[in-house]
Ligand binder design. Structure first.
Ligand SMILES: [Zn+2]
Length: 350
């Protein structure tokens, strides 16, 4: 009995993310009690001084409870009334937290919309909007990375897809005419109708990528994408693309470009290559390929998804709890119409 008591006492001391991990480890189900989630949200979003979610003022009072038992707060500084989960992606969705955890687990297992909606008992449109809400909330996890040491970078290209822009839109018109038969777009030269995605990966396997523009990358485009991502004094290995030169120079990064038609470069007896970034491209292409024609306006989110998995491959159990905690406490709200009205092409048109 005393061992059981010890386990229970230890369990109660665990941080919220670890409790989620504990549940999913000892059972196939995930049980996240609503009260625990509320306590976690108060702790992480309002802190000990119970500050306002909107104005950060600390003249906040408890203001009764909702029918479902959730504590309501009122800020005497800005006059706003809120609950601990206000302005988060799960707010107002009327689904149990355990359903959200289960859904996040499906995403880490790379499940399709159909598989996830069946497993979680939600509709396909709900599954679609949750996918993007979760990726919006977790974008910071993959965007705030810092690559150092020996870093490899190279861009990859995806076909433009306007899927999801036609219906429900009074303003969107196809920006290009349909191709005539026999008019091969490939013959026109490199990728002017493809989305350029600069990617980088360091020796520890941490990767970063984002859609930048149509066609070949420019120097300013490379600088914008990798600014603050690749550490100064790191060694950057790329192919012979000129666009990396100005960026490396301005950031005191040591650039090693592969000799033309070669995948390695030998400097001072050490051989440098771009195999790691090529492997990253293959994994990314394979991942995006699972979803059969990802719309360009959502490509950035699918890259976030790929990198969430790729950057955390070694510790998947831990990751579920930690990511759920991050997802819950990210102070963003995403409406369904925000998802459908995203820009059809990458906004980084440098
Ligand atoms: Zn306030």
């Amino acid at each position: 009995m005393s061992e059981l008591k010890d386990v229970i006492t230890a369990y109660r001391k665990l941080p919220f993310g670890d409790r989620v991990v504990f549940y999913s480890t000892v059972s196939n189900d995930v049980d996240v009690r609503e009260e625990t989630v509320q306590d976690f949200l108060i702790e992480t979003r309002m802190g000990e001084s119970l500050s306002c979610l909107y104005c950060k003022g600390d003249h906040v009072v408890r203001n009764g409870k909702r029918k479902d038992g959730t504590q309501r707060f009122l800020c005497r500084d800005c006059g706003k009334s809120f609950i601990p989960g206000s302005n988060t992606i799960t707010f107002g969705t009327r689904k149990r937290m355990s359903t959200w955890v289960k859904y996040l687990k499906c995403m880490l297992d790379k499940k399709t919309l159909k598989e996830s909606s069946e497993e979680c008992g939600i509709s396909m449109p709900t599954a679609f909007s949750w996918r993007h809400k979760i990726l919006d909330a977790l974008r910071e996890v993959t965007d705030k990375v810092y690559l150092d040491g020996t870093v490899e970078a190279d861009e990859t290209f995806f076909n433009v897809s306007y899927k999801g822009n036609h219906k429900n839109s009074k303003t969107f018109t196809m920006p290009r005419k349909a191709h005539k038969r026999g008019n091969d777009t490939h013959a026109k030269g490199l990728s002017s109708e493809k989305v350029c995605v600069p990617c980088a990966v360091d020796a520890s396997g941490i990767s970063y990528a984002r859609p930048a523009k149509l066609g070949k990358p420019s120097s300013s485009c490379i600088s914008t994408v990798f600014d603050g991502i690749i550490a100064p004094d790191s060694i950057l290995c790329t192919d012979n693309e000129k666009a990396y030169r100005a960026f490396s120079k301005s950031k005191s990064i040591h650039l090693i470009q592969m000799d033309t038609d070669s995948h390695i470069s030998v400097r001072d007896g050490i051989s440098y290559g771009i195999q790691r970034i090529n492997a990253y491209h293959r994994t990314l292409k394979e991942f995006i390929g699972r979803f059969h024609g990802v719309s360009t306006k959502h490509l950035g989110n699918y890259i976030v998804w790929n990198n969430l998995i790729a950057n955390n491959r070694k510790k998947s159990e831990e990751t579920l709890g930690q990511l759920f905690a991050r997802m819950l406490s990210a102070g963003i709200s995403v409406r369904n119409k925000d998802i459908s009205s995203r820009s059809p092409l990458p906004s980084l048109e440098v």
